[in-house]
Design a protein around this ligand. Structure first.
Ligand code: SF4
Ligand code: SF4
Length: 301
């Protein structure tokens, strides 16, 4: 597998608003492919494992993540909360934890116009590089291995979508690496990347806000707690660990959490041109991310 990522960020940005018709990608994640429609409307969510969620908690970064709930597939068990049917197992809504995508001013996939697009909290909008690339505590396994699972399953990669949209050659070598980890979905993923929320009655109001893209930090902290309290390979959740993790998530005050709030106050409509000069955009990114502690990017080799 060999990729040319400079100037792309196609898998880190929800670029559907600028994609040509027919190239709008999946509504959910292409990192990796999901079979059930997500409740939210954000493409390319990067899912975290339970261990990664715990590491984010330990590093004070739990405010950088968001849960994803799912609509049930035809034969799925379902639980209804806020009038919304949710895919469930044993009466518990299933969910994943992924990286939050605030709307940032970016020009991804080889485009030149800077637009407001939902963008991974860790993507530097100026350099289009990942701020945590290669960081062994923070860089998600999903991102480190992308798009190996798509190649193994022979499903279209985001890199190929970018190519088809005129964003240049991206997937230079499509051979599948030998050492890819298990995919984020499937029975083995229960308690590892796919979790079950044990108290659906507590989600009244939360589900509606998640569906509208208006979740609060407290809403998101609930799910961080449940994921951290989960046991890999099972549906069980340790109540004490869940409660303690939720409290810690609520007190997280990272640069990423501050940037999410700041972008939320400044962002224009999804896909709208940002109407900023390059200098104004750079100054804004510096104020919202760099000046509050975001790690610098390393430059392309
Ligand atoms: S963590 Fe980095 S590579 Fe992964 S989606 Fe975010 S910006 Fe992209
Ligand atoms: S879509 Fe492919 S080429 Fe583009 S940044 Fe992601 S991995 Fe790299």
């Amino acid at each position: 597998m060999e990729l040319r990522c400079a100037g792309c960020a196609g898998c880190c940005v929800d670029w559907r608003p600028i994609a040509p018709d027919g190239l709008t990608g999946e509504t959910g994640a292409s990192k990796p492919t999901e079979s059930r429609p997500p409740l939210d409307d954000v493409a390319n969510l990067a899912p975290l494992t339970r261990d990664e969620v715990v590491r984010y908690l330990d590093r004070g970064l739990a405010d950088a993540v968001t849960p994803r709930l799912f609509e049930p597939a035809e034969r799925d068990e379902a639980v209804t909360v806020d009038g919304v049917a949710l895919a469930a197992v044993d009466g518990r809504p299933v969910f994943m934890i992924g990286l939050y995508k605030p709307r940032k001013p970016v020009a991804p996939v080889g485009t030149e116009t800077v637009r407001w697009l939902d963008t991974c909290v860790f993507l530097d909008p100026t350099t289009l590089q990942c701020r945590i690339h290669g960081d062994e505590d923070r860089y998600p396994r999903t991102c480190a291995t992308y798009p190996a699972h798509n190649l193994a399953l022979d499903t279209e990669t985001e890199c190929e979508r970018v190519e088809a949209a005129g964003g240049g050659n991206r997937l230079l070598d499509a051979s599948v690496p030998e050492d890819i980890p298990p995919p984020a979905f499937g029975p083995h993923a229960l308690g590892a990347t796919v979790f079950a929320y044990p108290d659906p009655d507590d989600l009244a109001g939360v589900v509606d806000r998640l569906r509208r893209g208006e979740s609060t930090p407290a809403d998101r902290a609930r799910f961080v707690g449940a994921a951290a309290g989960s046991r890999p390979g099972s549906l069980s959740v340790d109540r004490d660990r869940m409660a303690a993790a939720r409290e810690r998530a609520l007190t997280a005050g990272s640069w990423a959490g501050r940037a999410i709030r700041a972008w939320g106050e400044r962002a224009g409509g999804r896909g709208e041109p940002a109407a900023l000069t390059d200098a104004e955009r750079d100054a804004l990114v510096a104020a919202v991310e760099d000046d509050v502690g975001a790690p610098e990017t390393s430059g392309w080799e």
